[in-house]
Design a protein around this ligand. Sequence first.
Ligand code: SF4
Length: 332
Amino acid sequence: MKGTILSGMRPTGKLHLGNLEGALRQWVTLQDEYKCFWMIADWHALTTSYGNAQEVKQNVLQVALDFLSAGLDPEKSAIFRQSDVKEHAELHLLLSMITPTPLLIRNPTVKEQARDMGLIGGDEEMVKINYGLLGYPVLQAADILIYKANFVPVGKDQLSHLEITREIARKFNFLYKAIFPEPQPIIGEYPLILGTDGRKMSKSYDNCIFISDSPEVIREKVGNMFTDPRRIYRSDPGHPDECPVFLYHLIYNESEISEIKEACQNAKIGCVECKRLCAEALVQRLAPIREKREKLEQSPSLIFDILGEGARKAKEVASATMEEVREAIGAW
Ligand code: SF4
């Protein structure tokens, strides 16, 4: 094994193609080379969904189903629910004692998330947000450091989060004892997946195609997708590089890319037909995941057993780290 990895996703609903192509596919390959901890981050989900705790609870099962059907293997990795390993909360508390508030206020993601929620209008209003949201990078640091993870798979836009973890680790190591490695990013080359309206795929925009969508739903969603805004009439030449549908062809329909590009640019194909081809390619590519998911859905108790076993494995490591942390701090 090349080292330890921790990553996770918030159970705010079923996972979509952005989650699949932007993370899960890479995780599946990493689990063969690294000791991996894949977390369903239900405490993190409460930072923005504290009023919908029941929903978060139900979504845990959905995310676990998506993890497993996409190919994460409980024999190779620990797949677990964050709140089943209470040591994360204890380490979060202890790390919060040494984390300067400006480090959190400067975090661009918190600002963006808070604006999305309509909570604040500017930097000076950061004091209005709940600590859970402001402090989530500290919980994230605890999630990573408690497994002494050497690596965290991230997109380029998430490097600032990891830098906060590294900074907190450095401070702990300096103040008490060098317990934590400074985790390094594993930056994946992810294909760009846009939502059906051409914006970033996001549940909050209601523009997602979910991993678990049925073929009928996929066909309908792709059929309603935005296309090249400059192509008004069927006879207009298209600009595939400006069309979200073409991005899907690039990922899911490699064998027909050149023909479709040429046909679009020369108005030899209409968008309705092009979307039909795209939907069929997508349906076919997702078929193995969908079939596995349908089988797993029949046995929810098996999924909870897998999460229980994952939590047991995670807890073993987390509680050993906490022993070291308590001893290093020396207050007990
Ligand atoms: S033909 Fe296809 S690629 Fe071209 S604009 Fe229409 S949907 Fe997009």
